[in-house]
Ligand binder design. Structure first.
Ligand code: MGD
Ligand code: MGD
Ligand code: MO
Length: 662
């Protein structure tokens, strides 16, 4: 047995340092936390602790596979890499030479759980060189990220390690208990030091349970809440005029827009008690320093951009910056000294344009005005059959007999079942890379610690194999991670673990400033598609809102193949009772897009009017083969075309022939 240190690049803010035991056959034996990481030392999550189960799972792809049965039936034969890559290269060439030109190919490439090299290096370069459309990464964080950019430019996030210095901690639409677990002990420490804790979330989450104040807002109404709080600050003379005079623009326009939001109106629209809004305004006005953790809950609906912008603007009005323990923590990405500028030098924007990832299902079905349905779909580091909105449209697209689908993944996902060619991918235990965290100022080496499973190849090796076959310059496509890292590193120094910024050294408006010419935060962004936050009504013919947040069991859809969260609909007893729903009974949940049957769980932590299903379920977790994503709309938010997973409207009833299942 030998022990190695590496890092976890999965799509989670924490980016844990890992200590890995490898047996004398070169196989992964055990995974645990490694010391030395200021955020993650001490423990790791249950999923990655047992990651070996996924690395050697029966679903693991070991060789290239070529489809021999009908689409979706998962009947494949093994193939050599040469045969598979020749076939894929031929089909790419054919599709690009067809009527649609380069638009005949859609690269659905996401790789948010891969290291920085695997996600940013040669695959994007390959498709950029081919000039095919770019599929923009809008299914997560596009809206919140644009809201940040509009308000602060490239100003850095606050450092989570500073939260223990806060007097007030506001967790707004984030669920650190499951999706950022190492933030939780830091919040607990802040509480121990006397901090007040406020949580704004439609559910009484683990962290909400421990809060001094929990505002269970209706999803999609945060903009109203933020405006009402801003108006209260103004009425009480609690806008920090000195801070705003020095550091903000657009203050008067923002406050004028907020005038519409009386306490009474906001309480009604958000579905929370006026006294609670009032109490929060008092805390924001009087308790300093105040630390805001903005999560990704508020962005995933039609008002997502407005909500994120209004929340950030509120923190500026309150002047909650300038001291350790103040400021806003959002994504910490962008700090790492990595850049693809050198890699893509000379690459022009795709002549075939850019498409929205949320609309790919509709595009494949020929239902997107102005977009030609692709002939080749290349999926890498993503599982759209399980994770995209409007699942039935996506599945209809994937089932098209005339669509040639390539899936490069570690396991035979729901999407891979529809593939014509499946290519085996390495896991992060099998290849060198780096992991840049979006939840701490830490950059780490990811090391190949075990032998490759089967014939798996890295993303860069696949891109290189296709590039030579498509006549591109092989010198540009050397997949050696050391060479790629050299090309991407802006300062040459990738140590096993590098703390990029020491705790206390990232005080916003002191150490890091908005990056606009005047150095000010913008409450109005005239060059944005959304100059000022505004509320759009949430009218619908369906009475309930369905949200589908993260659970501790999966990272998106990863791990759900063998240890899924329970496929149940959580609903408040007040919504269940008039519908005659009993705990554990099979219920039907439906809207215009889909109908699902599954057990219901009566759950007092839900707010009435809102029900929930877990994110990341595989299709086989439900008898009908449709998950929450079947009910989620493929409409887009009001900023940056972001996903609206939490904007589903549904109704629920007992299933016609339901029996109690628990
Ligand atoms: N264990 C685990 N960790 C993960 C992930 C995972 O799948 N599993 N996913 C990773 C990824 S990809 C991401 S993007 C992050 C997401 O990290 P988070 O943002 O923390 O996670 P979510 O569960 O999407 O949403 C957070 C909370 O927002 C609430 N919410 C929903 N709609 C609204 C709303 O309109 N307003 C407000 N105020 N709250 C709302 C939900 O009830 C939920 O509790 O987590 C990462 N970490
Ligand atoms: N209902 C609902 N759906 C959601 C959300 C929601 O809140 N509700 N949230 C959304 C969010 S936050 C996100 S980020 C998206 C994620 O959407 P996806 O990215 O489609 O989902 P993942 O399950 O993360 O899929 C990643 C796949 O990449 C594979 N993989 C990992 N590393 C590598 C690698 O190095 N190379 C290759 N080739 N493959 C690799 C994994 O095995 C896995 O199958 O889902 C979204 N879907
Ligand atoms: Mo995400």
């Amino acid at each position: 047995m030998a022990t190695f240190t590496t890092a976890c690049p999965l799509d989670c803010p924490d980016t844990c340092s890992l200590s890995v035991d490898v047996d004398d056959q070169g196989r992964l034996a055990d995974v645990d936390a490694a010391p030395g990481n200021p955020l993650t030392q001490g423990y790791i999550c249950h999923k990655v602790k047992h990651h070996a189960r996924r690395v050697y799972a029966p679903e693991r792809v070991r060789t290239p596979l070529v489809r021999v049965g009908p689409k979706g039936e998962e009947r494949f034969r093994e193939a050599t890499w040469d045969e598979a890559l020749d076939l894929v290269a031929d089909r790419l060439q054919e599709a690009m030479g067809g009527d649609g030109g380069p638009a005949g190919v859609l690269p659905y490439v996401y790789n948010s759980s891969a290291g920085a090299v695997a996600s940013a290096a040669l695959t994007p370069l390959l498709f950029a060189r081919l000039g095919v459309p770019e599929v923009a990464h809008t299914i997560c964080a596009a809206t919140a990220g644009q809201a940040w950019d509009d308000t602060f430019g490239d100003m850095l996030s606050a450092d989570p390690l500073d939260v223990s210095h806060a007097g007030l901690v506001v967790v707004w639409g984030a669920n650190p208990t499951v999706s950022n677990t190492h933030l939780l002990p830091l919040i607990t420490e802040a509480k121990r030091n006397g901090a007040r804790l406020v949580v704004i979330d439609p559910r009484r989450t683990g962290v909400a349970h421990r809060a001094d104040l929990h505002l269970a807002v209706r999803p999609g109404t945060d903009v109203a809440l933020a405006y009402a709080l801003a108006r209260l600050l103004r009425e009480r003379g609690a806008v920090d005029r000195a801070f705003c005079d020095d550091h903000a623009s657009g203050v008067e326009e923002y406050l004028t827009a907020a005038e519409e939001w009386s306490l009474r109106r906001a309480a009604e629209v958000c579905g929370v008690a006026a006294e609670d809004i009032d109490e929060l305004a008092t805390m924001i006005a009087t308790v300093r320093p105040g630390f805001l953790r903005l999560g990704w809950g508020p962005e995933r609906n039609r008002n997502g951009g407005s909500s994120c912008r209004a929340i950030l603007g509120l923190w500026v009005l309150a002047g909650q910056f300038g001291r350790r323990g103040s400021g806003v923590m959002a994504s910490l990405s962008g700090t790492a000294p990595l850049s693809t500028a050198g890699l893509v030098a000379g690459v022009r924007p795709p002549p075939a344009g850019c498409v929205n990832m949320n609309r790919v299902g509709a595009i494949l079905c020929g239902e997107e005005p102005g977009a030609s349905p692709a002939r080749v779909l290349f999926v890498q580091g993503a599982n759209p059959a399980a994770t995209a909105p409007d699942q039935l449209t996506m599945l209809r697209g994937l089932a098209r007999e005339d669509l040639f689908t390539v899936v490069h993944d570690q396991v035979v996902t729901d999407t891979a079942r529809y593939a014509d060619v499946v290519l085996p991918a390495t896991t992060h235990f099998e290849a060198d890379d780096v992991a840049a965290s979006y939840g701490s100022f830490v950059l780490q080496r990811v090391t190949a610690v075990i032998d490759r499973v089967g014939e798996s190849r890295t993303n860069d090796e696949v891109a290189a194999g296709l590039a030579v076959r498509l006549g591109l310059d092989p010198s540009e496509f050397d997949p050696d991670p050391r060479i790629l890292l050299d090309r991407m590193s802006t300062d040459g120094a990738v140590a096993p673990l590098r703390v990029l910024r020491e705790p206390g050294a990232t005080v916003q408006f002191v150490d890091t400033l908005p990056t606009f010419a005047d150095g000010r935060a913008r409450l109005v962004a005239t060059d944005s598609e959304l100059p000022l936050p505004r509320y759009r009504a949430l009218d619908s013919g369906y009475p309930l809102t369905l949200i589908s947040p993260a659970t501790a069991k999966t990272i998106n859809s990863m791990f759900a193949e063998f240890d899924p969260p329970r496929a149940v609909l959580s609903i408040h007893p007040d919504d269940a009772e008039p519908r005659g729903l009993v705990d554990g009974a099979t219920i039907r949940v439906w809207n215009d897009q889909a109908t699902l049957e599954l057990p219901c769980r009566l759950d007092v932590t839900m707010r009435p009017g809102v029900c929930a299903m877990p994110k990341g379920l595989w299709l086989r977790s439900l008898p009908g083969g449709v998950t929450a994503n079947g009910l989620a709309p493929a409409t887009v938010s009001d900023l940056a075309g972001g996903a609206c997973f939490n904007d589903a409207r549904v109704d629920v009833a007992m299933a016609p022939e339901s029996e109690a299942v628990t």
